[in-house]
Design a protein around this ligand. Structure first.
Ligand SMILES: Nc1ncnc2c1ncn2[C@@H]1O[C@H](COP(=O)(O)OP(=O)(O)O)[C@@H](O)[C@H]1O
Ligand SMILES: [Mg+2]
Length: 393
């Protein structure tokens, strides 16, 4: 049976909503086949973005505002999907909406005498279902946490479907606000893949751009290109406990948000604005390479270099960071000595900005068919779990 599913993503950058329309078909228990029909991005209006960023700050957030934001985002997600569906004239069957993460604590910590891992995504599924007239799967992460996992990352299910290969080891590297990777050794089966957050993606770059130049982000990496990265600063930052923490590990605004950016600026004081932005950019590239060297390559069987192949392994980049040529050049230089070549998800038919939205279409499809879609080797869950909650129209 075929279904057209809209995947909806809005990530930690809080830059806006990405929608992907995906046709999925599956017979019996085999892996679903998919076709990306269309995708679109809708930036949040400035006041909405500001409100989202404020609500992620536990000191400022008010319960009444959080309740309002849940319903407002439901409306905005529904409008984004409706607009995409109208433009591309498809008949929608199902929506999978990740929602906006307000808080994520994947590792259990003490609360009222108990140790709890918790997560919270907002954006009311019932509103989306009512507006669009189709069922909505939302709130994917809690089921994995309830099964003993960290609730993240969930995209490895798609990465495995897209990128597994008998001949090459691949690293799916997403660079959103946070950067995360899925490592798929050559010939791997699902339990052999690993995935974790490498550290900051665009989050620190965006924060220093805002602080120093009043801009949302470093468009096309131009500011970073005009500066020089401060190597001592990067070396010092990479000594922080997060980067030495063994995977699986997850990060968010709690680790690399405002506070971190404030400390980063403090350490860089005296340097030119361009050098500071270049340093934030290089921190992302270097922390990715560092993570690969420590935690991924030791598990990748080395493959004899075939004639004409420059690199033993491939990295496939997606997310907004793929649009930053300065970051991509730095990353290419960092991973080439590790025997890893740089590629883009576009080469595999998935536009960089659409990949996570495609993933949530796929996850919603699996849930609708009552099939599990967490990857226990990636999240640390004790068992496979059917993810999400369903709102009926
Ligand atoms: N043209 C561009 N040049 C540089 N950076 C870009 C460009 N387009 C997007 N980005 C970066 O990508 C970020 C958004 O990435 P995205 O994958 O949507 O992250 P998230 O999943 O956290 O929302 C922006 O905040 C910005 O830093
Ligand atoms: Mg985004």
């Amino acid at each position: 049976m075929r279904m057209i599913v809209a995947g909806v993503m809005s990530g930690t950058s809080a830059d806006g909503i990405n929608v992907a329309l995906v046709r999925l078909s599956a017979r019996g228990h085999e892996c679903p086949r998919y076709t990306l029909l269309a995708h679109a991005g809708y930036p949040f209006p400035a006041p909405v973005r500001r409100a989202i960023l404020e609500m992620m700050n536990a000191e400022i957030a008010r319960v009444a505002d959080l309740a309002c934001l849940n319903f407002l985002l439901g409306e905005l997600y529904a409008e984004a999907v409706a607009e995409t569906v109208r433009k591309h004239r498809v008949k929608l069957d199902l929506v999978g909406c990740h929602g906006q993460t307000l808080y994520h604590q994947g590792v259990a910590s003490r609360f009222l005498g108990r140790k709890l891992a918790v997560t919270w995504q907002t954006g009311e599924g019932a509103v989306i279902a009512a507006r669009l007239g189709v069922p909505v799967v939302s709130d994917f992460r809690p089921a994995d946490i309830a099964a003993g996992g960290k609730g993240a990352p969930l995209v490895p299910f798609l990465d495995y479907l897209l990128y597994r290969d008998r001949q090459v080891g691949r690293i799916a590297q997403n660079i959103g606000g946070i950067a995360n990777l899925t490592a798929i050794p050559m010939g791997a089966s699902l339990p052999q893949i690993s995935a974790f957050d490498t550290g900051p993606g665009n989050m620190v770059i965006d924060a220093v751009m805002d602080e120093l130049l009043g801009k949302r982000y470093d468009r096309d990496g131009r500011v970073a290109a005009s500066g020089r990265a401060l190597d001592e600063v990067i070396a010092r930052l990479l000594r922080a406990p997060f980067f030495r923490q063994k995977p699986p590990r997850t990060a968010g605004r709690e680790e690399f948000g405002r506070e971190y950016a404030g400390r980063f600026l403090q350490i860089c004081r005296g340097a030119s604005k361009a050098d500071v932005v270049a340093t934030a950019t290089a921190l992302t590239a270097r922390s990715i390479a560092d993570a690969l060297q420590r935690y991924v390559l030791p598990h990748f069987a080395s493959r004899p270099q075939r004639h004409g192949h420059r690199h033993a392994h491939q990295m496939i980049v997606s997310g907004g960071g793929a649009k930053n040529p300065t970051l991509m050049a730095m990353l290419r230089d960092e991973i080439a000595p590790l025997g890893i070549g740089l590629h883009f998800s576009n080469e595999f038919g998935i536009p960089a900005e659409a990949k996570e939205a495609v993933a949530f279409a796929l996850l919603a499809h699996e849930t609708w068919r009552r099939r599990p879609s967490n990857v226990p080797s990636a999240t640390g869950a004790k068992r496979a779990a059917i993810l999400g909650k369903i709102s009926y129209a």
